[in-house]
Design a protein around this ligand. Structure first.
Ligand code: RUQ
Ligand code: CUA
Length: 673
C-alpha cells in the first residue's frame, strides 16, 4: 500500500462511518454501527459449518481452514513454512518439500488461494497457494489437507499475481511482481539500468488433470512492469487471462511516487490459447534456468526434490496477437472476471472510479484495430473501445471485486474501509457497508467461479485496532463475515485469523467432507524404514548413524529402552504409527532435539533426526494425548562415551539382568552386537 494513502486513511477511517450513514443523517453510536446480527453465524455445538474456507496465511507462510459461517478454525496446513506442530519441514521426509534453487527455504509469504475447477465450478480436488517471496506455487490435496507438491518459478522475483486458475484447471499462472534481469542473463547490472535490463515474466503452469502434478508449460517474457493480480477468463472469455500491472513508468526507486506518475497503467490481456499454438509451432525458445520441483509421495510418505534446468519462453515480438495492453487508471490492483466471463473489473488503487471492461468490446476493438499505440512492443487497445463503463464514485482505494452470481459485484475499498455493492449491468452503486478496518481482499464463496454460491461474504481487513481484546503491540487479524442474501449487506460476525490473510476461497462442505482420507493403509506403506509390526522394530548402527525402526500403538513405543548410543551419534527415529483408526495420531519427541516433534498419522512413517550431544539418559515420549495411558507412552535412550563398550541394545517390556554398575556388558531381548 502507498504510504501517502496511509496518512489519508487515518483521517478517513474516522469519517468513513459517517460517510456511510450519510443517507440516514443520524449519527450512530460506534456500538450500534459496528454490531452485527451474530445469530446468523451461529452453528450449534456438534453441528457442521456449511462451507470450508481456505484462507491464505500471509507472512506465516501457511494456509488456514475455517468453517463458515461460524468462523471456527479447523486446521493450519503447513505449506511454505516449517511447522513444529506436525514436524513438516523438520522431519527427514518433509525437508525436501522446502528445497529450492537457493537451498532450503523454510518460510514464505503466502497471499492467494485458487481452488481447482471443472467447467468453471469448484471440483473440491486441490487448493493452490502462492509463495510470494521465493517464487513458488504449492498444491494442497483437499482429501488430506496436506501439501502434496511445491514448484519453484524461475525468471521471477515476487510471485504475487499467482496462482490464478483457468476454468478446467488447465493452468495456474504465476506472474512476477518484480521485473528483474532473466535468470540466464548477467544480473550484475546497475539498478538504474532497469529500463534496459529488467524484464517481467508470466508462467503458465499446467496441472495434470488426474494427478494434479504441476509443470511449467511455458513462460512469456513481458515488459519490465510489476504484475499485481490476475484472473482467467471464463465462459465466453475462456482462453484469455487478464493481469493487472503497475509501474508502467518502470521506476526503480521511490515507487510510491515514481510508479504513480502516469494517469494510466495497464491490464494485460493474454490469449493463452494463441500462446499454446505458438509453443506448438516451436516459437518458444529454450532457456537454461534452475528451479526445484518437490513432490510428496503418499505411499513412501517421503518427499523428493528435483532440480529442473530448462523452461521454454515466448517472446511477444515473435507472437503477434498473443497479448494486448488495456489502459487502466492509476496503479490497478485486482483484476476480476465476472461469472459470465463478459466483464473484467480492474481496481485502480489511486483511481476515483472503477473501470469495467467488456470482453465482447475487447474482441471488437481488436477486430476493428481500435488501437492506441504500442507499449514496449505490445499493442495498446483504446481505453474507450474496451470499456463497458465506469462505476462512478464507488469509494476510495478500490482493491478487489467478487461476485454473487445474481448480477452484482462487491468491491473492497481499502482507504474508505468499506465494501461497495454495485450492479454489473448499469454500474449503479446499490449498497455500502463498513469494514473494520482497511479491508484488503474480500471473498464470496464461489465468487471467482462461474457459479458463485453467494449467501456470505468475508472481509479480510488490514488493520484490527479496537475490534478485539488487545494483545500488546501485535493485534490479532480481523476478518468479518457478512450476509449478502438480501438487498442490504449485513455484518454477522467478527472472527480473528492467524497470519495476515490476503485472499481466501470457500467451497461447500458437501463437496469434500465425505472424501476425507481417514488413515494410511499400513500394508500400502512403502517407506524405506517402515516397521509394519512390533516384530520389525529394531536398532542398527551404520558408522556414527544409528537407525531406530520404532512403532507406536496405544500406549507404548517399541523399542522403549535403547542403549549403546555413543556421544556424537546421529540417531534417526523412524516412527511408524501402527494404528488403523481415524483420529489416532501419535507424536514423538526426545529431550534436547534441536528441531521439533513429529506427528505421525495412522499407518504413516516419519523420521526425526537427533544428535547425542552429551552422555546420560534421554527420555522420549508420545506428544499427542492418545489414550488414558498416554503419559505412559514413553521410553529412555542411554548415551555413553565414545570409547565405551556398551553394546547396542533395544527392548520393550523386558529388562536385561541386573548388572553391577561397573560392568557395561549388555544383553537382553533384541540385543545387537
Ligand atoms: S494482495 S490486499 Cu497480496 Cu492479494 Cu490485495
Ligand atoms: Cu500416543 Cu500419546
Amino acid at each position: 500500500m502507498k504510504f501517502n494513502y496511509f496518512n489519508i486513511y487515518v483521517g478517513l477511517i474516522l469519517t468513513s462511518a459517517c460517510l456511510v450513514s450519510m443517507q440516514s443523517c443520524k449519527p450512530k453510536t460506534a456500538q450500534a454501527a459496528t454490531r452485527g446480527d451474530a445469530s446468523k453465524s451461529f452453528v450449534a455445538p456438534g453441528k457442521y459449518d456449511e462451507f470450508y474456507n481456505i484462507v491464505s496465511g500471509g507472512f506465516n507462510g501457511q494456509v488456514a481452514v475455517y468453517g463458515i459461517p461460524s468462523g471456527r478454525l479447523f486446521r493450519i496446513i503447513p505449506v511454505f513454512s516449517q511447522s513444529p506442530e506436525s514436524g513438516y519441514g523438520f522431519s527427514e521426509e518433509t525437508k525436501p518439500m522446502l528445497n529450492t534453487s537457493h537451498g532450503f527455504v523454510p518460510w514464505d509469504d503466502q497471499h492467494h488461494i485458487a481452488l481447482s475447477q471443472t467447467k468453471g465450478e469448484h471440483d473440491g480436488r486441490w487448493a493452490f497457494a502462492n509463495g510470494n517471496n521465493t517464487p513458488r506455487i504449492a498444491r494442497i490435496d483437499l482429501s488430506t489437507f496436506r501439501t502434496s507438491e511445491i514448484l519453484e518459478i524461475p525468471n521471477s522475483a515476487g510471485n504475487h499475481a499467482s496462482p490464478f486458475i483457468t476454468e478446467n484447471s488447465e493452468y495456474v499462472v504465476a506472474a512476477t511482481r518484480f521485473s528483474i534481469p532473466f535468470d540466464d542473463q548477467n544480473g550484475d547490472v546497475p539498478i538504474n539500468t532497469y529500463k534496459q535490463n529488467f524484464k517481467g515474466s508470466i508462467s503458465f503452469v499446467s496441472v495434470n488433470p488426474t494427478s494434479g502434478e504441476m509443470n511449467i508449460a511455458f513462460q512469456i517474457r513481458t515488459p519490465g512492469v510489476n504484475f499485481d493480480l490476475s484472473r482467467a477468463g471464463k465462459g465466453k472469455s475462456h482462453g484469455w487471462f487478464f493481469f493487472s500491472c503497475y509501474n508502467s513508468e518502470k521506476a526503480n526507486t521511490l515507487l510510491e511516487v515514481n510508479a504513480s506518475a502516469k494517469d494510466k497503467d495497464f491490464v494485460l490481456a493474454v490469449n493463452w490459447k494463441k500462446a499454446e499454438e505458438y509453443v506448438k509451432a516451436g516459437k518458444a525458445k529454450k532457456q537454461a534456468v534452475k528451479y526445484a520441483h518437490n513432490i510428496y509421495n503418499e505411499k513412501t510418505h517421503t518427499a523428493s526434490s528435483t532440480i529442473q534446468t530448462e523452461v521454454v519462453v515466448l517472446d511477444p515480438a515473435d507472437c503477434p496477437e498473443m497479448m494486448y495492453m488495456i489502459p487502466c487508471p492509476k496503479s490497478p490492483h485486482g483484476t476480476d472476471v465476472d461469472p459470465t466471463g463478459e466483464y473484467i473489473v480492474a481496481s485502480g488503487k489511486l483511481a476515483a472510479s472503477i473501470p469495467v471492461f467488456s470482453f465482447t468490446k475487447l474482441q471488437k476493438a481488436i477486430a476493428d484495430r481500435a488501437f492506441d499505440g504500442v507499449y514496449d512492443g505490445i499493442t495498446v487497445i483504446k481505453y474507450e473501445a474496451a470499456l463497458h463503463g465506469e462505476v462512478v464514485k464507488p469509494g476510495l482505494g478500490p482493491l478487489h471485486t467478487e461476485f454473487d452470481g445474481k448480477g452484482n459485484a462487491y468491491t473492497s475499498m481499502f482507504v474508505s474501509s468499506e465494501i461497495v455493492k454495485w450492479r454489473l449491468s448499469d454500474l449503479e452503486v446499490l449498497d455500502r457497508v463498513d469494514t473494520y478496518y482497511a479491508i484488503g481482499h474480500l471473498s464470496v464463496p464461489g465468487g471467482p467461479t462461474a457459479k458463485p454460491h453467494g449467501k456470505y461474504m468475508i472481509a479480510y481487513n488490514k488493520m484490527t485496532k479496537d475490534r478485539y481484546l488487545p494483545t500488546g503491540p501485535e493485534l490479532t487479524q480481523s476478518a468479518q463475515l457478512y450476509d449478502i442474501s438480501g438487498e442490504k449487506m449485513k455484518l454477522i460476525l467478527d472472527f480473528p485469523t492467524t497470519g495476515e490473510p490476503h485472499y481466501a476461497e470457500a467451497l461447500p462442505a458437501a463437496l469434500i467432507q465425505d472424501k476425507q482420507m481417514k488413515i494410511y493403509k499400513i500394508e500400502e506403506n512403502t517407506h524405506a524404514y517402515v516397521s509394519k509390526g512390533e516384530g520389525q522394530a529394531k536398532v542398527e548402527r551404520n558408522g556414527n548413524q544409528v537407525h531406530v525402526w520404532m512403532t507406536a500403538i496405544r500406549s507404548h513405543l517399541t523399542p522403549d529402552n535403547i542403549e549403546g548410543v555413543k556421544l556424537g551419534d546421529e540417531v534417526y527415529f523412524h516412527v511408524t504409527n501402527l494404528e488403523q483408526d481415524w483420529d489416532v495420531p501419535h507424536g514423538f519427541a526426545i529431550k534436547g532435539a534441536n528441531n521439533a516433534e513429529i506427528l505421525i498419522m495412522p499407518g504413516e512413517t516419519q523420521t526425526l533426526k537427533w544428535v547425542a550431544d552429551r552422555t546420560g539418559i534421554f527420555p522420549f515420549y508420545c506428544t499427542d494425548f492418545c489414550s488414558a495411558l498416554h503419559q505412559e507412552m514413553s521410553g529412555y535412550l542411554r548415551v555413553s562415551p565414545v570409547g565405551s563398550d556398551v553394546a547396542l541394545h533395544f527392548s520393550t517390556g523386558t529388562n536385561k539382568p541386573v548388572v553391577s554398575t561397573n560392568s557395561e556388558t549388555a544383553s537382553g531381548s533384541g540385543s545387537k552386537n
